[in-house]
Design a protein around this ligand. Sequence first.
Ligand SMILES: [Zn+2]
Length: 130
Amino acid sequence: MNAKQRDELKGLLLALHSELTEKAPARIEPNRTDDARIGGDEDEQPLNEMMQAIASNRNRNQEGVLARVLKALAKLRDDPDSFGDCEECGDEVPLGRLRAMPYAELCVTCQGGKDAPKGRATRRKLTDYT
Ligand SMILES: [Zn+2]
């Protein structure tokens, strides 16, 4: 990766960073009781709880992304030469992937390995020997 590409990704990371920090966390207002609707309360309560759960999930995801953005920015500053290298196998993460996700830590192959269902490859051997 050259300096120009790093600059481009740094710009993307900074834009993401300000987007994540300036935006107020997603928050769902508690449902107001609507007196005109009969029987509405019983239906609304579970929905409200579900919405709260979704909102808090979204906040968690935002924090996770922010942490990775900060980590990527720190890496750009402290260790620019290895920026963009996969943290698992050390290969360069393709620039197209970094443009889409400048905080990506893994190449597609390693990320794919992490996302794959666990225990598929290991399960097999047990049956081979029975
Ligand atoms: Zn990798």
